[in-house]
Design a protein around this ligand. Structure first.
Ligand SMILES: N[C@@H](CCC(=O)N[C@@H](CS)C(=O)NCC(=O)O)C(=O)O
Length: 211
């Protein structure tokens, strides 16, 4: 049976949400970040990066939330439209939005805030880096706001894993107190209203991350 390792964060929910969108049966292995559970010998054998989420599908072990989401769509949801078919323009646009979320709205911005605010005891206080991260997030998210004028979907006029990825950073930003536009609020509210999101969130946030 498929396994998804990890819970409690905006990255881990991506994998759980996708499984629920696809109606997959899987075993959630709910370990948290910063709890020591990513450093056990058993887990390090799966992911020497000591990071969650991780997917195990038979002898395939896959890390990186976006790669997991895309793999699940390609492998178990070819007709679902959640991940556009390879070699199409829609797939190119899907890749663009997925990369944009990971880099511009996650790694360079929200995660910098996490490192230098929540985890400042580990990574150091860096108020200037936090201010730059917030400004960078606001600048980049405005591009998503414009792209969503007249549509609730980023790619192909229907809900896709690009919207799933985008929604996870918008909800994360809101938790961090970043004001997002009314359009983005409505967009995130629409997609977090999906039954699959609700089931995934209940599971994902049934545990907490460590400090
Ligand atoms: N680029 C990775 C980032 C994964 C990541 O940094 N995960 C954090 C939690 S959100 C983690 O596992 N930290 C390990 C720890 O702090 O114990 C992804 O999107 O999957």
């Amino acid at each position: 049976m498929l396994q998804i390792w990890g819970g409690a964060t905006s990255r881990t929910i991506r994998a759980h949400w996708m499984c629920h969108e696809l109606g997959l049966e899987y075993e959630p292995r709910l370990i948290g970040s910063r709890t020591g559970e990513t450093q056990t010998a058993e887990f390090r054998q799966l992911n020497a990066k000591e990071k969650i989420p991780v997917l195990v599908d038979g002898d395939l072990v896959l890390t990186e939330s976006a790669a997991i989401v895309t793999y699940l769509g390609d492998t178990y949801g070819r007709d679902s439209g959640l991940v556009p078919a390879p070699y199409t323009r829609e797939r190119a646009l899907y890749n663009q939005w997925s990369s944009f979320v990971q880099m511009e709205l996650d790694a360079h911005t929200l995660y910098v805030m996490r490192k230098h605010r929540d985890l400042a005891h580990l990574y150091g206080e860096a108020p200037a880096a936090i201010d730059t991260a917030i400004a960078g997030f606001n600048k980049q998210v405005a591009v998503a706001d414009s792209a969503l004028a007249g549509s609730n979907f980023l790619v192909g006029g229907q809900f896709s894993a690009a919207d799933l990825m985008m929604t996870t950073v918008l909800t994360w930003a809101q938790v961090y107190g970043i004001e997002i536009s009314p359009r983005l609020k409505d967009y995130a509210g629409l997609h977090t209203g999906r039954a699959a999101f609700k089931r995934a969130a209940e599971l994902n946030f049934s545990i907490s991350a460590g400090a």
